[in-house]
Design a protein around this ligand. Structure first.
Ligand code: NDP
Ligand code: MG
Length: 387
């Protein structure tokens, strides 16, 4: 039975992954679960899934959690260091790693899992945005490793591409990423100036963590996904399009040179792409509800508005500029989003801070993960200092 380690098990993707596994207890076993601060949720997950290892980074809660694990007669080994995230994914008995930590904190453990030749299910798009070239180099150098998309758009594209797309791109004309448009799709620029974090985290179709919900409201999420698609599928930038599709039923599409378009459809529920990533190339039950065509009134499409949502432009620019630019974009965005969530800056300040950071840092070459981590740290410090 494949042994699964879940990085970020207490988050939105982490809990959906455990829900899928709950439907497939005869097929997967949990070996490691990790969280940042949510000790209560981690404890209840340990009670249910009895992992060999649990990682909780919040040391102030670790002693209490350790005692509670003992009270429940669990033999789970509790670890508390950042480096333990990389340690648990590299254990020889681990087969599958769900990478579902939010933000660039997910980079090092994701990279470590690839170096150890694991099958990595990638939800943590930020790591591919920041270090796409290094991750692809690591995949080439470790043929046992694989990277399977979890993001719904990329899962849709993965399911719509020919199986030999890595070596044969001849028939592919375009990759079309769909975007819901987020909660502010119909807002005027004047209204966007005063939107609050509470409004931004209420996504119309998807239930997600706070950071990605804000990213969806600025369309930065789509920008990060364009960069993610570029590295996952090796597609030229001019062959990646974005179309707004407010119903989130078509999760993305591939257009071929003969005019055919192959799309993947379903209800907006992350359990479907998570299940596919776990079971690929087979299929398993995911627990998500089935799409009922008789209740769909219409599927609509429109162009993204780059003027009202300029973060999308910044992401295209970062990818075009290349080298360290996407890592700068990503780090500045993470800082700006958390400042917005803390009510310290306004909605459009997110864009302004990222733009300033991109101008200040420019772009440069990198050749190691440590360099990317250093860039990430410097950009975070700078962005915080100018906010
Ligand atoms: P959540 O905020 O819901 O969960 C984040 C997880 O990461 C939690 O387990 C959290 O622990 C942990 N975590 C947070 N900070 C750190 C840290 N510094 N070090 C280690 N662990 C940490 O996020 P989501 O599940 O929504 O998103 C996770 C990733 O998946 C993101 O990269 C997102 O872009 C991507 N994704 C999410 C989708 C969704 O539907 N939610 C869809 C597509 C992609 P704790 O609970 O203790 O804070
Ligand atoms: Mg997505």
């Amino acid at each position: 039975m494949p042994q699964v380690a879940i990085l970020g098990s207490t988050g939105s993707i982490g809990t959906s992954t455990l829900e899928v596994i709950r439907h497939n207890l005869d097929k997967y076993q949990i070996i490691a679960l990790t969280a940042n601060t949510d000790a209560d949720k981690l404890l209840s997950q340990c009670i249910e899934f009895k992992p060999k290892y649990a990682v909780l980074l919040d040391k102030s809660k670790a002693l209490h959690l350790e005692a509670q694990l003992k009270n429940h007669q669990l033999t789970t080994i509790l670890l508390t260091n950042k480096e333990d995230l990389s340690y648990v994914v590299q254990l020889p008995e681990v087969d599958i790693v769900m990478s579902a930590i939010v933000g660039s904190h997910g980079l090092m453990p994701t990279y470590s899992a690839i170096l150890a030749g694991k099958r990595v299910l990638l939800a943590n798009k930020e790591s591919l945005v920041a270090a796409g070239r290094l991750i692809n180099d690591a995949l080439k150098a470790n043929p046992k490793a694989s990277l399977i998309p979890v993001d719904s758009e990329h899962s849709a594209i993965f399911q719509s591409l020919p199986t030999d797309f890595a070596t044969n791109k001849n028939g592919i004309n375009k990759i079309i990423l769909t975007a819901s448009g987020g909660p502010f799709r119909e807002y005027l620029k004047e209204q966007l100036v005063s939107v609050t974090p509470e409004m931004a985290v209420k996504h119309p179709n998807w239930s997600m963590g706070k950071k990605i919900s804000v990213d969806s409201s600025t369309l930065m999420n789509k920008g990060l996904e364009v960069i993610e698609a570029y590295w996952l599928f090796g597609t030229d930038l001019d062959k990646i399009d974005v179309v707004v599709h407010p119903q989130s039923i078509i999760h993305s599409m591939v257009e071929y040179i003969d005019g055919s378009i192959i799309a993947q459809l379903g209800t907006p529920d992350m359990k479907t792409p998570i299940a596919y990533a776990l079971s690929y190339p087979d299929r398993i039950v995911s627990g998500s509800s089935k799409l009922d065509f008789s209740t769909l009134s219409s599927l609509t499409f429109e162009k993204p508005d780059y003027e009202r949502f300029p973060c999308l432009t910044l992401a295209f620019e970062a990818l075009k500029t290349g080298r360290s630019s996407p890592a700068v974009l990503n780090a500045a965005n993470e800082v700006a989003v958390s400042l917005f969530l803390e009510h310290k800056i306004s909605f459009y300040d997110i864009y302004k801070l990222i733009k300033s950071a991109m101008e200040y840092f420019g772009t440069r070459d990198y050749s190691t993960i440590d360099e990317i981590i250093a860039i990430d740290k410097a950009v975070r410090e700078y962005t915080n200092s100018i906010a």
